[in-house]
Write a protein that binds this ligand. Sequence first.
Ligand code: SAJ
Length: 429
Amino acid sequence: MLKEKIQNKTARFGVLGLGYVGLPLAVEFAKIGLKVTGFEVDPGKVEQLTAGKSYIGDIDSEELAPLVREGLFTATTDFDELAEMDIISICVPTPLSKTRDPDMTYVVRATQDVARRLRKGQLVILESTTYPGTTDELVCPELEASGLKVGEDFLLAFSPERVDPSNPTYGIKNTPKVVGGVDDESGERAHQFYSLAIDTVQKVSSAAAAEMSKLLENTFRSVNIGLVNEVAIMCSRLGIDCWEVIDAAASKPFGFMKFVPGPGLGGHCIPIDPFYLSWKLRTLNYRARFIELAGEVNSEMPQYCVDLVRDMLNDKEQSLKGSRILLLGLAYKNDVADTRESPAIDIMKLLEARGAEVVYHDSYCDSYGRGEDEKHSRPLTAEELNKADCVLVTCKHTGVDWDLVQKNASSIVDARNAFPAGTPNVVRI
Ligand code: SAJ
């Protein structure tokens, strides 16, 4: 039954959670003619989407609006409509708690929402990045609490999202997708379904293998970024320019992959996902040392940048206290508007804790914070630059007038390779 519905594209697709993962996924399947329903707890988002307006950078409203008009994509807060779906993908956040343990609240709530409407013949797919075992040990029992049995009544798989925000080359359709079922039929059906809209779908033998593959991907990034951040610190002590060294190493056409140092690790994936893996292994009495060490090095980078600012001011016989520091970039990485886990925010707090006045310019982030702590992006003008005792480059956004910065800033700490080696008044990390 489900196999035929997928084959003739009459299957109804439901996406639970319409964020930077869920909305692009929903749109991709609506674009091939499937009737897709997006489920959101936020009525404001549903209202915007119903008006054909996208709030996700990677989805243009011009692309979304026709799909809404033609009834191919609808958004709703009515979770009872989940019962009408044939396939349901769960795309909700998996953050860390205050004690840096996995916070599964969103996944459990979403799974319970599905379980209350679960019916025979449905395929449920978890997309949220999580520790190996989540789909089998947490999601499956919640769904079977409905009285239905996995494999007999419904199917269940895991397929990690691989969205790289603002990546101009790779989107949902042309990014290979990994799928793994809690049983073979679940894996087969998930593979068949995703293959409708995604060019390459790789099936692995289990949901846990699919969960683990995603954590390997992001741990690989976190560990290599940690390595290159430590190389930057070592080069600084050696009086060597690390950017030159990295570029030279990157000339190796095999066996090397270029990563660059920065002000720290931001975003809602790389600083977080590896700790899902180390947490799971701790429950099995194993210490994931690379993950923990990379976490230590990466989380020290904001302080390292603050120390460079402090030293630059010190050379001018100025203290951090009472100085005005201009951050160029508040986002967590170049050319995105997202400030979640942004190292620039950590740097702002560290500087303010030492009595510095901190202002920022970021064309992607008009304002940050709330109430009396709210800050607005300052205009990037000669006057603003002249007023700063030190400028700290925390993002290398496209379109910034670096000549204007260099000509008007008395001291610059460059954490993003915005200036070439040897630029006057510039210290690079
Ligand atoms: N960063 C460095 N040096 C580097 C690369 C990144 O300092 O060489 C920093 C960035 O500035 C940023 C952080 O690391 O603060 C994370 O950057 P990122 O691009 O690795 O992370 P995300 O969260 O934007 O997206 C990543 C995806 N990125 C890439 O593959 C390039 C991908 O790993 C995942 O699909 C996604 O996280 C996710 O959802 O897991």
